[in-house]
Design a binder for this molecule. Structure first.
Ligand code: UTP
Length: 298
């Protein structure tokens, strides 16, 4: 079995990064010189995904433009003898078969996934959030590929997880492992899930972090999912319905450094880490950080 389809929800409001996100989609904010969503699409492609559906809203047209050709720019770059840049710009338009669908109202992640029902048909598919970047070293499988392999191995739905600090649990979907003792394994079965629990109610320290591999019965579960207190349809609640119906769901503890690019700290941390990997600017960045730290310590 192969997973070749992925949905990338990118229609959220991005309120945590306002005013930057007033006119620019947060998914287009760059990590150095590459928009976050391009890193996400590249991870999907490296994981074997061929067909991608990006869920956008009215305010997200720059995402559509980014994955299109820009003939005028290509033409001007060639005229200026910058053929390599022209090739790089064109390549972004050829990266995968990318389609777009509009989520007309930001009614939550579950609602955004529902917009992909026709695209997925009866095929299993991956979900990778448009603002959630995971950096894996070149010798390691991308986080999404690790989740896809777990899906193939267990023949059941998979949520990608990592351990987080206890104080952060109320920001994420938190899993309840079926057997406590299996928690140290890379893949383990789930008994339940809870969306953004208060610390006292958290069933573990394992948070679902932006990667899922799902079967098409999630769409029926999403139809049955009630809106929460904030008026949103949560994917976690639809997964809970599937578990209640006896469907097996596994967690895959993927490796890699994960950044929430929808948050200020995630954006800054990713920028620093990617800059330290960029040979062109690495030494200048180290010098700059050293200077700042020294000044700060004085
Ligand atoms: P977030 O939970 O970060 O929500 O969404 P948000 O609304 O975008 O951001 P804040 O909290 O207001 O700052 C996680 C992912 O799901 C998408 C977002 O675009 C992001 O990639 N999403 C969220 C949708 O596509 N539709 C929605 O209704 C909500």
């Amino acid at each position: 079995m192969k997973i070749t389809k992925a949905i990338i929800p990118a229609a959220g409001l991005g309120t945590r990064l306002l005013p930057a996100t007033k006119a620019i989609p947060k998914e287009m904010l760059p990590i150095i010189n590459v928009p976050a969503i391009q890193l996400i699409v590249e991870e999907a492609v490296k994981s074997g995904i061929k067909d991608i559906l990006i869920v956008v809203s009215q305010a997200k047209n720059p995402i559509i433009d980014h994955f299109d050709y820009n003939y005028e720019l290509q033409h001007r770059l060639i005229k200026k003898n910058k053929k390599e840049l022209a090739i790089m710009v064109k390549k972004i338009g050829d990266i995968a078969n990318i389609q777009f669908v509009r989520q007309k109202e930001p009614l939550g992640l579950g609602h955004a996934i529902k917009c992909g029902k026709i695209f997925c048909g009866n095929d299993p598919f991956a979900v990778i959030l448009g603002d959630d970047v995971v950096k894996n070293p070149p010798n390691e499988k991308p986080a999404l590929k690790q989740c896809i392999d777990a899906f193939i191995q267990t023949n059941s739905c998979v949520v990608g997880i990592q351990e987080i600090e206890k104080k952060m649990v109320s920001k994420y979907g938190i899993v309840l492992p079926k057997n406590k003792q299996n928690e140290t394994e890379k893949i383990f079965a789930l008994k339940g899930l809870i969306e953004k629990p208060p610390i006292a109610k958290a069933t573990s320290n394992y948070a679902i972090l932006g990667r899922y591999v799902l079967t098409s019965d999630i769409f029926k579960a999403l139809e049955e999912t009630k809106t929460d207190q904030s008026g949103e349809i949560q994917l976690t609640n639809a997964l809970k319905i599937l578990i209640k119906k006896g469907k097996k769901i596994n967690a895959c503890r993927f490796t890699g450094k994960r950044y929430d690019l929808g948050s200020k700290i995630g954006l800054v941390a990713a920028t620093i880490d990617y800059a330290l990997d960029d040979q062109e600017i690495k030494n200048d960045i180290i010098k700059l950080i050293k200077e700042k730290v020294n000044k700060f310590n004085k």
